[in-house]
Design a protein around this ligand. Sequence first.
Ligand code: NAP
Length: 246
Amino acid sequence: MNLEGKVAVVTGAGQGIGREISLFYAKHGANVVVGDLNLDSAEQVAREIEEIGSKGFAQKVDVSEKESAQGLIQAAIDHFGGIDILVNNAGITRDAMLHKMTEEQFEQVLDVHMKGTFLCMQAATVHMRQKQKGKIVNISSIAGKVGNMGQVNYAGAKAGIVGMTKAAAKELAKFQVNVNAVQPGFIDTDMTRAVPEKVRQLKIAEIPMQRVGEPLDIAKAVLFLSSDYSDYMTGNVLEVTGGRFM
Ligand code: NAP
């Protein structure tokens, strides 16, 4: 799966799954715009990309702000001459039971996941439509399929990303722009390290493969959906969960 000469933009790429996707892209020849709220961590990932031998450019972005999202895509045009691949990966959790969840917690999560995915897709597809080629991978979650206690906001947003993926896939198919989603299961990152050990063990017991996923497990699926090997796939949702909730 060679991405030589391709330009990828990855959101939330300063750590966790987004960082791994960026480094895996770089190992396969792509130049990467590393977008994150945290510029320091984005710059660190960009340096790691350069060490691999590809080009990396760090851009501070808040994907939930229109100008900021547009600036991220523009950075790919300005620094690398275009955009071939977009990964909407930036994410947050603001967990609370339904009866305790504040309007703010609900809106914050929808803003980053849904509005952020919308804004970045909108900005990127201006260029992809003109070029008549592009790959978009939206990071949903298995919580968007099965729900999760304390995550009405997050599960709703992640299910929403599936709907957005399919609608965009239908609109963009005639421009040879593929839009697919990945639903990770329980992956070892800061997001899941915040889960209490008892809950963590319960979750692992639900995984047929009997192990927590690694960010690289997700990066491999994302690479496939970004490569020519998935050219006839659009509007798909790949579950990468070790078999959990199949
Ligand atoms: P993570 O380690 O918390 O990383 C998320 C990254 O997104 C952070 O660098 C964060 O920056 C950045 N970010 C947050 N809000 C942003 C915004 N408004 N604009 C730009 N960047 C923003 O999480 P992760 O586990 O790697 O998760 C990555 C994606 O996978 C998320 O969409 C998540 O929902 C999804 N996912 C994860 C799992 C899992 O088990 N880990 C499972 C299913 C789905 P700051 O650190 O500065 O806030």
